[in-house]
Design a protein around this ligand. Structure first.
Ligand code: SF4
Length: 65
């Protein structure tokens, strides 16, 4: 799995950092900071949840084949 976060689309809602604090943080302006783009398998569920909760659809999950 690969995660990408589009800081240009992010509106700083903070849902990602709230549900997946190990994967996402926010900078001083509230904009998403990706802490790791290749999560451990144990983090897949929470990564998908963060992506689905983002109101700006700024988080993209690419599932590996
Ligand atoms: S949930 Fe989406 S809009 Fe909110 S901080 Fe995270 S990436 Fe940005």
């Amino acid at each position: 799995m690969k995660i990408s976060a589009d800081t240009a689309t992010c509106i700083g809602a903070g849902q990602c950092a709230l549900v997946a604090g190990d994967l996402f943080d926010q900078d001083d302006d509230g904009i998403v900071v990706l802490l790791g783009d290749e999560p451990a398998e144990s983090q897949y569920v929470i990564a998908r949840r963060a992506a689905s909760l983002c109101p700006a659809r700024a988080i993209t999950i690419t599932e590996s084949a």
